[in-house]
Design a binder for this molecule. Structure first.
Ligand code: CTP
Length: 436
């Protein structure tokens, strides 16, 4: 049996009291049904490390779906059930989610296949997992609440900072674990344990990553690029020969590294000043990574990985950003409205990439000023006002409002009255025709 230990203290110190009481309730609900319930995986690992993590994964010895429905009812939420996988998500009224699964074993019919699933005990459920540090569980039933289950030496490896697989075929069964090993190793500044590293290299030599679908590789790549600092993991991927299965066309050269290293600063800067953009950091990293490739190679990669439409467009349009950066640096006389013409179609990810491409501090300042202006500037005049000035409705309205926007950007007008005066001037100059 595994060593048992008491985590009640840790639970009460490191989890918000609301989550603690959810866990206690989960234990009572399971007990009433005659099941055992455990909190497992990443959250247990992070609790012991003192890293905040509120992604609750529960495993039930018994019927996970019956438990999930009972828990949802008890908490006034609902259970979204996936019969096929015997898993459920309990969604609370405020949107908080709890993942529930039935304890299971998985058999892999051939290397890199998706597993065949059977019901089992918690021990078997934990044994099928990737690394020892992810195999710990905490029992939630009332009599044993807070008891740490650690069959495979997870706590020791956590203390020693080691990423260790549980059985020799682990990477053969699931080669994505090679990428996961790198991600955890670099995230926690751990080390892949020597024998595990040997088996990983062996799996790489046997080209097992080549058996994975592009979809699964992309999923792991995105997880890596979403890490707080993905660079060490990219470096490690390159070093142990994984990168060539991800994007063989891309050489991670020193110029690319220099730009990659600046990404966190640019993202932090944008988040601070320009809050209202939903910016996906992984897309920014990809823009940088793909930047030196010829168009045809980028198209090939976009096609291979089947990014969604939005990301595809961003990656393809991103090709024009370095050129824009050159223009901005060369033409110092660009007005804010000129800048707007060049930049208005860019996504937040493009803006980040653009900033990365700018070398001169003045250019950076100018784009920053544009972004700030853009946040504040509103056209005060509307269609009714234009009508009141005697203008007939039509495409000209769009044009006037857009010109007014530019005039605001360039500081030519500020107030409603100034906008009205400007439109009148345009009419009198014959730039726009009034009704007639
Ligand atoms: N797992 C696995 N093999 C995989 C993916 C996941 O064994 N290829 C197991 C791991 O043990 C992990 C659990 O499934 O603890 C949940 O996976 P996931 O949510 O991806 O991992 P977390 O440990 O929660 O990682 P993160 O902190 O990145 O969310």
């Amino acid at each position: 049996a595994g060593s048992s230990d008491d985590c009640r203290e840790i639970l009460s110190h490191r989890l918000p009291s609301r989550i603690q009481s959810l866990l206690e309730i989960a234990g009572v609900v399971a007990e009433d049904l005659g099941f055992m319930v455990y909190m497992v995986g990443g959250i247990v690992r992070d609790l012991l490390l003192g890293v905040p993590n509120y992604d609750i994964d529960l495993v039930v010895e018994g019927e996970g779906l019956v438990f999930a429905r009972a828990l949802a009812q008890r908490l006034g939420g609902r259970a979204r059930v996936h019969e096929r996988f015997q898993t459920a998500v309990v969604v609370l009224p405020d949107g908080f989610k709890i993942d529930v699964a039935t304890a299971r074993t998985e058999y892999y019919e051939f290397p890199a296949a998706l597993p065949v699933v059977h019901r089992s005990s918690i021990r078997e459920d934990l044994y099928r997992r990737d690394f020892t540090i992810n195999t710990m569980a905490i029992c939630l039933n009332p009599g044993r609440f807070g008891e740490l289950i650690d069959y495979f030496g997870g706590r020791k490896d956590l203390k020693e900072g080691l990423i260790r697989i549980l059985y020799n075929l682990s990477f053969v069964e699931d080669p994505t674990r090679i990428l996961r090993a790198i991600r955890f190793e670099q995230r926690y500044k751990f080390q892949i344990e020597a024998e595990t590293l040997r088996l990983a290299r062996d799996a790489i030599d046997r080209r097992l990553l080549g058996k994975l679908s592009h979809k699964r590789i992309l999923h792991e790549l995105i997880l890596i690029l979403e890490e707080k600092d993905p660079l060490p993991a990219l470096r490690r991927m390159d070093e142990i020969g994984v990168w060539e299965y991800v994007m063989p066309e891309v050489r991670l050269d020193s110029e690319t590294w220099i730009m990659l290293r600046r990404v966190p600063r640019v993202l932090g800067w944008l988040a601070e000043r320009w809050l209202n953009i939903g910016l996906r950091s992984w897309v920014v990293y990809l823009l940088v990574i793909l930047q030196k490739l010829p168009d045809s190679a980028v198209e090939e990669i976009v096609h291979r990985y089947r990014f969604d439409r939005d990301v595809t467009e961003i990656l393809l349009m991103g090709r024009e950003v370095p050129g824009l950066a050159v223009e901005i640096e060369e033409i110092q006389s660009l007005s804010m409205s000129d800048l707007n013409k060049k930049l208005r179609k860019l996504s937040g990810e493009h803006i980040a990439f653009l900033l990365l491409c700018l070398n001169r501090p003045e250019s950076w300042e100018r784009v920053a000023r544009y972004l700030e202006l853009k946040q504040d500037v509103r056209v005060k005049v509307n269609g009714y006002d234009l009508k009141a000035l005697g203008l007939r409705e039509g495409p000209v309205y769009q044009k006037i409002l857009s010109d007014l926007y530019d005039a605001n950007l360039d500081g030519l007008v500020k107030t409603y009255d100034e906008e009205i005066e400007l439109v009148k001037k345009w009419i009198s100059e014959g730039r726009v025709k009034d009704d007639g």
